[in-house]
Ligand binder design. Structure first.
Ligand code: NAD
Ligand code: FES
Length: 280
């Protein structure tokens, strides 16, 4: 069992948990994810590692309540435990010295998984410019953490309540317009955002990495649930990814597959709200 040591609701429906998982924390690297099961009635859900502390033996998860499993997870309190917690899974981000100037873009809750990547790139001595996007100021997360690992932070809000008014791509365009030489972009957030970032960098020839979170079932490359078209190849996000070349990902099929189970997710979430599955 994996005990919850810290719980905080960062904005409505978005939670920060620190989970006691020393063996996972010992091996975790930026870009990887875990698969958890809240209890024996729950389904397995993948969540990207938002931070890890090897000394304390903890993994930080940031998640948004979207379906039954995240609803059940959100009902656990500090001191209660998650039944299964498997990881770290997936390929770590490719991070090394002399990458030059990297722009780390996080949109909405996607700021959380981009944080350990920005941190590792910064620790390797690279210049990190971070772009954080949110619909409005009150739901922006991880600002202090991102500032601590970035040489510069640009914030964009859709409604203009903080920073630049516009999307993360508006902020990216400002960097390009001022003549910033960008060697790599790493973008994590909603599919539509990652697609827009990739379209913006394609004509500029800037290497662009995106992290995908399609539906996953086993998380071990056996079921094919997480398949994504990348160039001419079919890849499995759980074992080949979750990071891929953003210029090669077929975002249209990724997004339409992502929408397929939305109605069932909402229905199952309401059911969990009513019966309190997480508090078994
Ligand atoms: P959101 O819809 O609030 O968007 C966040 C930001 O993305 C916006 O503020 C904007 O800056 C940018 N954005 C949105 N549409 C854009 C467009 N058309 N062009 C350019 N930029 C655009 O985000 P949210 O509600 O926090 O996102 C939740 C979604 O993100 C979920 O679908 C979730 O599955 C996904 N997500 C993905 C990952 C991942 O690993 N890929 C991680 C976390 C969340
Ligand atoms: Fe089954 Fe990736 S989740 S193959």
């Amino acid at each position: 069992m994996f005990k919850i040591l810290k719980k905080e609701e960062l904005s409505p429906g978005v939670f920060h948990y620190d989970v006691e998982a020393p063996r996972v924390a010992k091996k975790a690297k930026a870009g990887q994810f875990i698969v958890l099961r809240v209890n024996d009635e729950g389904e397995r859900i993948p969540l990207t590692i938002a931070d890890f502390d090897r000394e304390k033996g903890t993994i930080t998860l940031i998640f948004q309540v979207v379906g039954a499993s995240t609803q059940a997870l959100s009902q656990l309190e500090v001191g209660e435990a998650i039944l299964d917690f498997v990881g770290p899974l997936g390929q770590p981000s490719e991070i090394h010295e002399n990458m030059g100037t990297v722009v780390c873009i996080g949109g909405g809750i996607g700021v959380a998984p981009v944080y350990p990547i920005a941190k590792a790139m910064h620790e390797m001595g690279n210049k990190v410019i971070s772009i954080m996007g949110a619909r409005s100021k009150d739901i922006l997360i991880f600002e202090d953490r991102m500032r601590a690992v970035s040489d510069e932070v640009l914030i964009a809000t859709d409604d203009g309540s903080y920073g630049i008014k516009g999307f993360v791509t508006t902020a990216l365009q400002q960097l390009v317009d001022r003549g910033e030489k960008i060697d790599q972009v790493t973008a994590i957030g909603p599919g539509i955002m990652m697609r827009s970032v990739a379209e913006a960098t394609r004509p500029l020839g800037i290497k662009t990495i995106v992290s995908l979170n399609p539906v996953m079932v086993d998380g071990t490359g056996m079921c094919g649930g997480c398949r994504v078209q990348v160039g001419d190849e079919m890849k499995f996000a759980c074992v080949d990814g979750p990071e891929f070349d953003g210029h090669l990902v077929d975002f249209n099929s990724l997004m339409s597959r992502g929408r397929m189970y939305r109605a069932q997710e909402a229905e199952a979430k309401d059911h969990v709200c009513n019966i309190g599955l997480g508090r078994k």
